[in-house]
Every structure is written in structure tokens, then in C-alpha cells.
Design a binder for this molecule. Sequence first.
Ligand SMILES: Nc1ncnc2c1ncn2[C@@H]1O[C@H](COP(=O)(O)OP(=O)(O)OP(=O)(O)O)[C@@H](O)[C@H]1O
Length: 224
Amino acid sequence: MNNIIECNNISYTYFNGKQKIPILNNLNLNVKQGESIAILGQSGCGKSTLLNLLGGIDKPTQGKILINGINLNTLNENDTTLLRGKYLGFVYQFHHLLNDFSMLDNVAMPERIQGVNQKSAQANAKKLLSKIGLEHRLNHLPSELSGGERQRVAIARALITNPSCILADEPTGNLDAKNTNEILNLMLELNHDQNCALIIVTHDEKIAIKMDKSLILNHGILTT
Ligand SMILES: Nc1ncnc2c1ncn2[C@@H]1O[C@H](COP(=O)(O)OP(=O)(O)OP(=O)(O)O)[C@@H](O)[C@H]1O
């Protein structure tokens, strides 16, 4: 099976003035098509830093990351943005929806940015919103939805471009137990249906247990 993501011996150090803050230290990771992985670890160990590197938002200080076989080190900022839009979807703890846009337009936005015409992008957004049970909310604004509903919309927005992998940073960190369960089941259902890999950063063992694999980030590397 193909690797969607490959990290080869990546290291990452923050620089605070002259102070070095090493976070990742020769870390390796392979993510296969359709695989679901939980990344656990103590607060401050570098989980969000790792997701930012996987998404090409930051570059590793050393080592290389391949997304669908493409080495991120070889891309300029513009090409990195294009690759991110083509292969990856992001879900965060806070939904980051655009407050002045309807649900339909929020979900259609990533395709619109890729140049898909409004009619097709909105038709695809409508399909996804129906799939997640929010077809009656198409014209509502984010402020008119509950926290759980907003997070479902954020997942739909991440999926509209048919990404190869979803990178989710504490996607249920802000939700109660019932909504956490619903969001998680939704992500797993889409992971199975669309064979889209799923990497979830979480503190929640109950989430980790539902993934194919759990990895712990500790002292800059991933262990089982
Ligand atoms: N811009 C920065 N400059 C210096 N240090 C930083 C910067 N951003 C993060 N750090 C430090 O890097 C470490 C890793 O941060 P990161 O956010 O990746 O951890 P995390 O595992 O996601 O934490 P949490 O579980 O609390 O969200 C932390 O000690 C943090 O203080």
C-alpha cells in the first residue's frame, strides 16, 4: 500500500532569540492510505508542531517529509500551498469557520479557492452537508449553530476536496461526551468510506482506542 505521508528522520527546533528549543528529534512516521492514527503525548511535547510540519505550514530543521511521494523540501511556498489544498484537510479544536458566510459557502470555499465554479462547489458542499445531517442548515451562519454542529461543518469543509489525509488537532477538545462521540464516528465513517487517512492529535484515550494505531510522542520521537 502507498504511503500518503512519510517522515524521514525529521527534527525541529524553535529558536527564541539565541535560545534553542529542540522539539522533534529524528522522528520517523509512515502513514498508509486509509490508515487512522492517534498521536498522544504530554502537553507541550510537540504534537501540534508535528501536525504543522506534516501540513507544510512549517519546515523541519532537518530531515524530509513526503506527501504522496512529493518531498516538501523541494517546494516553494506557493507549490506547498497547492499541494496542501490538493492532498490534505485540516480540522482544529476551534472550527475556524468564516462567520459572515453561510454553511454552504463555508464548505464550498476550499473548492472555490481551487477554481471550481460556484455551482459545482455548492452542489458538492450540499451533498456533504446532507451526509452529516445538516441539510436543513445550508443558509445558516456559524453563530446560529451549536458547537457540535459547527465542528461537523468544519469536517465537511476539510473533506470537500477529497483529501488523501485529514490532520485533526484535538478536534473534539471543545465538545461534551455525546458530541465527541458523534464527531469521532463521523470522522471514522468518512475515513472508511473515502479511504482517507486520518491523523488525530488527542489527549483522549477513548478516541485513541478507535484508531488503527496509537503513537506516543515523547522526547521528540514517536513510540507505540
Ligand atoms: N513559536 C514558538 N517559539 C518557541 N517555542 C514554541 C513555539 N511554539 C511552541 N513552542 C513550544 O514548543 C513545545 C511544543 O509545542 P506544541 O504546541 O507542539 O505542543 P503540544 O504537544 O501540541 O501541546 P498541547 O498538548 O498542550 O497542545 C512547547 O513547549 C511550546 O511551548
